[in-house]
Ligand binder design. Sequence first.
Ligand code: NAP
Length: 267
Amino acid sequence: MEFIKLNNGIEMPLLGLGTYTLTGKDGQRVMSDAIEIGYRLFDSAQMYRNEAELGDVVRGSGVKRKELFIETKLLDCANESKTKKSIESSLKALKVDYIDLLLLHNNYPNAKAMYRVMEDFYKQGILKAIGISNFGVSAYSDFIKSVEVIPAINQCETHLLFQQVKLQKLMQKYGTILQSWSLFVGGRDNIFENKTLQNITKKYSKTPAQMILRYLIQRGIIVIPKTSKINRLKENISVFDFSLNGEDMAVLLALDTNKSQFSWTNY
Ligand SMILES: NC(=O)c1ccc[n+]([C@@H]2O[C@H](COP(=O)([O-])OP(=O)(O)OC[C@H]3O[C@@H](n4cnc5c(N)ncnc54)[C@H](OP(=O)(O)O)[C@@H]3O)[C@@H](O)[C@H]2O)c1
């Protein structure tokens, strides 16, 4: 596993498990398998309704808490006292006394007030790092004007067809790291069948999925592929034993259409 240093000095794994749709006993089996295989970063959210399941798996895993990196995201809250309660409910569901990284799930109308509460928890050490999700260039630029703690992470749709080059460049100036969601385009658009990707893949004795993961990691982007299959858990984490050369990086960069593939986003 490789790590990246956040803007507050904390080390975060560059690859973890996305847990959207991993719920119930089946979801827990995948999370347990992931821990056994070597995954240490888990991306959950209040919206995914699996914080409690993840908390049980983490507790029963036998892996030291400090070796795990638990990330979750807040749903919209109407005011500061509801935000406080909401953070407490995530801590309770996850059965932890601190969360490694808490994100605002979206640029909610009340995002700034919610973030102020997150900053309070951060100062108390209950949140080790804080950040945001789904903030595009203009939302991010506006948001950071009002914050005391610069977001460590902005988790956004990022994949070969929508590479977020402008956003990543802007955030580098302020020390916010891009984390990719749906790096396989959520299984859409036949991304693994892309001819350019397949041609490059042949040179490396790797799979198209591994090429995508490695490409994003080499751009300094944190990846959280979701899978429900044990063989793919192993495949997706096996990306730290090779590197793409500069020429192939440039070819994959040229696949960028700079367009979201999801109708609900607002970048
Ligand atoms: N912040 C946000 O608003 C937001 C939005 C969306 C997602 N997320 C986070 O990002 C994570 C990842 O995004 P995602 O779940 O939308 O999708 P994704 O990781 O882009 O893709 C998952 C899809 O790819 C398949 N897959 C996984 N590994 C594969 C492999 N090696 N070869 C072929 N197919 C493979 C999975 O199928 P199988 O399960 O059958 O393997 C699934 O259909 C989520 O789980 C969640 O944690 C955040």
